[in-house]
Design a protein around this ligand. Structure first.
Ligand code: PLP
Length: 416
């Protein structure tokens, strides 16, 4: 049997995300009756899909652009014209003080984070540098990205119980320790899985702490600014030198194009671009070609504000209403404040089984969710709370959502 290197084993071994993606793929292909509340794919929103079809049609009709797009390798940092247009778009629409050199294109934000984390952290001379996630639970997709063991650390969130069935996570600044081995602070906002959005004050405190320690603050805007803008609070992050923002085309409905945009200091953009040259040579360019003409005005912001945001708000309201109908006060349950993204994050403080067992029981009843424990990694000590949560996607059609939520409620009430 072929033996793998240490890094090979780390990357090629099983991971939470890989097992769940396998389950998801298996169900998608072989179990048409599975109610899929697990994945993070964007919903099929007719007006959005129509726009992407129209853009593809225009590309096909424009032979010169199409030929160029198909034929050319772009430079590894992205298409120069696209980078320029994107910088102008951010400057005009978001008032971010950015130039072309601050913009780098990468083949997905998943890839961007893999490269970024390993660029900044890991063995550095005699020190092992770490990425610190100030607000755990955090995105499952980061959990296996460190090439070096122990590279990712998490600070458990502080829980605010807002009412009988609603809670919110906050950054626990009293516990946040930025020791000299911390290479960067990183937070997804809105957060996958919880839908949490930093308060403006938390964002400023994190920015100030990062500045004070001369480390970057990384914000993953996959669901947030400037698009798809699925944020229900007034949170408006502004990029500043020293920060690293990641933006993705995926949640706009274009995950198949594997395109992300990183906004950072020019030295970080150059480093990422060089890393991308080694690993991918260059980016797929269809995402950039589809989006490019829409950067000239506020089409993407309008699409986000007028179509995408209300769509997810309506789905989220529907799912929450069904949940209240099904669970009432029959068991102890609490939903994270719905501040953004595509998920409901549910907490059952008295759950008698682990979240993994709950996942299996629901899967046996044809409901696929994501068990919460995967989202708590890099913690110093065990935390009961990590076994008491599940993540649900509400981007499925309403009839499926209702059935799934009724089954979830039934299972939990039976367990009580
Ligand atoms: N970051 C967060 C918070 C996500 O939820 C996801 C995907 O679900 C990603 C990054 C990856 O997005 P992309 O499709 O750009 O790789």
């Amino acid at each position: 049997q072929t033996s793998f290197s240490d890094i090979g084993q780390r990357l090629a071994g099983t991971s939470g995300i890989q097992e769940l993606m396998d389950d998801l793929g298996q169900a998608l292909n072989n179990q048409p009756d599975m109610r899929m509340l697990g994945g993070g794919q964007p919903a099929a929103i007719p007006a959005v899909q129509a726009l992407w079809r129209e853009r593809m049609q225009s590309l096909v009709n424009d032979q010169t652009t199409l030929d160029k797009t198909l034929l050319n390798y772009d430079p590894p940092g992205g298409n120069p014209l696209f980078r320029q247009n994107f910088a102008a778009f951010l400057k005009r629409e978001c008032q971010w003080d950015v130039q072309t050199e601050n913009i780098g294109i990468l083949p997905s934000s998943q890839t961007a984070f893999f490269l970024l984390f390993n660029l900044l952290a890991g063995q550095t001379g005699n020190t092992k540098k770490r990425i610190l996630f100030p607000l755990m639970p955090e995105y499952i997709g980061y959990a296996s990205q460190g090439l070096c063991a122990g590279m990712l650390s998490g600070n458990p969130a502080k829980i605010e119980q807002r009412s009988a069935h609603e809670f919110k996570y906050h950054v626990d600044f009293d516990r946040l320790r930025i020791t000299p081995d911390i290479a960067a602070l990183s937070v997804s906002c809105p957060t996958n899985p919880t839908g949490n959005v930093l308060t403006q004050e938390e964002f400023h405190r994190l920015r100030d702490l990062a500045r004070q320690h001369h480390i970057p603050l990384i914000i993953d805007n996959a669901y947030g600014h400037p698009f798809p803008g699925v944020i229900h609070t007034s949170f408006q992050p502004s990029w500043e030198p020293g920060m690293i923002f990641s933006i993705s085309l995926s949640k706009l409905g274009l995950p198949g194009t594997r395109t992300s945009i990183v906004v950072a200091d020019p030295a970080i953009i150059r480093a990422l671009s060089n890393m991308n040259a080694s690993t991918a040579l260059s980016n797929g360019n269809f995402g950039q070609a589809i989006i490019n003409p829409l950067l000239a005005d506020d089409t993407l912001l309008k699409l986000s504000r007028d179509i995408i945001l209300p769509f997810y708000k309506q789905r989220s309201d529907f799912a929450t209403q069904v949940l209240h109908e099904c669970l009432q006060d029959k068991i102890e349950w609490s939903l994270h404040s719905r501040e953004g993204a595509f998920f409901l994050w549910l907490w059952f403080p008295k759950l008698k089984i682990t979240s993994a067992e709950l996942y299996q029981r629901l899967k046996a009843r044809n409901v696929l969710v994501i068990p919460g424990h995967y989202f708590f990694y890099g913690l110093d000590e065990p935390w009961d709370h990590s076994q008491q949560c599940i993540r649900l996607t509400f981007s499925q059609p309403e009839a499926i959502l209702r059935e799934a939520l009724e089954i979830i409620a039934d299972e939990l009430i039976a367990l009580h």
